[in-house]
Design a protein around this ligand. Structure first.
Ligand code: NAD
Length: 423
């Protein structure tokens, strides 16, 4: 439980999950564990009021946040979420996971995250632009290409990043492309960014499958979430010969024992925005999805979906965490006892932040790489990071998650120790 006065006592919150993940790694950190309290204390948490003039002339106020969890290894990096359930605690957890993810991949970034408690679908395009610009202005005291670099997350996109970049640039009298990543290509965005997270899930997932003796070709795969991450990763697994037997999104759970036609499903999803009604598949009840037999279970939708109860009944050999925080800590132990391997989010879905790093580097050098260069570098960095984590897991005889936290926390806390305490 957190000792911070501004944090709730909810043991199932995302922040509580992060704290429990830190607890688990302490025995493996040696003397560095003495510094671990810094991970339980976000460096900076900014709460801002975002007043918005609606199209009808009324004024509404929205809560906005930007949290910089740890900046020891570099500027803050992390997305901005526009969602009605955003809270300070959720943003804190997401920023902390970014600290760990950047360090696990050895990218020169700390962790940050932002958000506004709003349903963007209820706003007109002009309202969304005004909201984004006012929010950017409110957090502009702490963001910047060398300080903290936002990116898209749930409910935000390349257009919103363009408005953020323009607002920051207007305020500073510069053309500051490096202040955000995930921008449109014409504004200094990077090729390969859209597919990067799904690609990383495939690269790490297929490598771990091989390590545990699973052949991707003909293996049975199920996926929750068929959006940006899920559809790209599933497409790559499908192309590698996996049989994708079940897909669940917010609208339906589809099942076909002989394998769904993934390219056709992706076309259908693009046209409709959901998968319900896709022809030639059986529709399962939502909970039945968790009780079928698969080899690989890919999560690419929500936090906290693998509860201890589901972990007890899941029938698969490998879980891939494309989403952030999909497995509750209690469930993690059960999966481990049942010898189900989990590729943790901080490695599995780090393809996005890795290509964001490439975008930032390209913006600084004003020299842009080809898509094949991006993909080659992405594959290399992800494979190398996974190899280090795999070795650590073998050496310490722990799960890949604890190993990834051990590798990341060693890097973060060593950086803290070497920088020393100011003043
Ligand atoms: P997205 O909005 O494109 O897709 C989300 C998918 O989840 C959709 O198919 C949606 O139908 C499904 N979904 C929503 N509610 C559901 C429910 N109750 N049951 C089943 N499915 C449901 O989002 P995305 O960009 O693909 O992100 C998915 C996850 O991956 C999120 O947790 C996000 O934080 C994480 N992630 C994304 C990136 C990235 O680069 N996009 C990077 C790292 C992590």
């Amino acid at each position: 439980m957190s000792s911070l006065s501004y944090v709730s006592t909810n043991n199932n919150s995302a922040w509580a999950t992060f704290l429990s993940q830190v607890e688990r790694v302490l025995p493996y950190l040696g003397d560095l564990a003495l510094l671990a309290d810094t991970l339980r204390h976000p460096k900076r948490a900014l709460i801002v009021d975002v007043p918005l003039e609606m199209d009808n002339g009324t004024i509404r106020h929205f809560e906005g946040f930007r949290v910089q969890h740890n900046l020891s290894r570099g500027p803050g990096k992390g997305g901005v979420r526009f969602h009605p359930n955003v809270t300070l605690e959720e943003v804190m957890a997401l920023s902390a996971w970014m600290t760990v993810k950047s360090a696990a991949l050895n990218l020169p970034f700390g962790g940050a995250k932002g958000g506004i408690r709003v349903d963007p679908r209820e706003l007109s395009e002009k309202e969304l632009e005004r909201l984004t610009r006012r929010y950017t202005n409110e957090i502009s005291t702490i963001i910047g290409p060398q300080q903290d670099i936002p990116a898209p997350d749930v409910g935000t996109n390349a257009q919103i990043m363009a408005w953020m970049m323009d607002t920051y640039s207007m305020n500073t009298g510069t053309t500051s492309t490096g202040v955000v990543t995930g921008k449109p290509i014409y504004l200094g965005g990077s090729l390969g960014r859209v597919n990067a997270t799904g690609r990383g899930v495939f690269v790490t997932g297929s490598r771990v499958a091989e390590q545990i003796g699973l052949t991707v070709q003909n293996c049975l795969l199920a996926i929750q979430g068929f959006g940006n991450v899920g559809s790209v990763a599933t497409g790559l697994f499908h192309r590698a010969g996996a049989r994708v037997v079940s897909v669940q999104d917010h609208s339906a759970t589809l099942f076909d024992a002989s394998g769904l036609d993934i390219p056709a499903l992706a076309d259908y999803q693009r046209q409709h925005g959901f998968i319900a009604g896709f022809p030639s598949a059986i529709q399962l009840k939502e909970e039945e999805f968790w009780h079928q037999e698969y080899d690989i279970f890919l999560l690419a939708a929500l936090e906290g979906v693998i509860t201890p109860e589901r972990a007890r009944s899941l029938q698969c050999r490998l879980v891939l965490e494309g989403a952030n925080g999909p497995t509750l800590p209690g469930a993690d132990d059960i999966l481990h006892q049942r010898k189900i391997t989990v590729v943790p989010d901080v490695i599995c879905n780090a393809g996005g932040v890795t290509v964001s790093y490439f975008e930032w580097v390209q913006d600084f050098s004003s020299f842009f790489w080809s898509e094949s260069e991006i993909n080659d570098q992405l594959d290399r960095i992800m494979r190398e990071a996974l190899e280090v984590v795999w070795q650590k897991a073998e050496t310490l005889d722990v799960t890949l998650r604890t190993a990834a936290y051990a590798v990341a926390c060693e890097r973060i806390l060593t950086a803290c120790r070497e920088r020393g305490l100011y003043p």
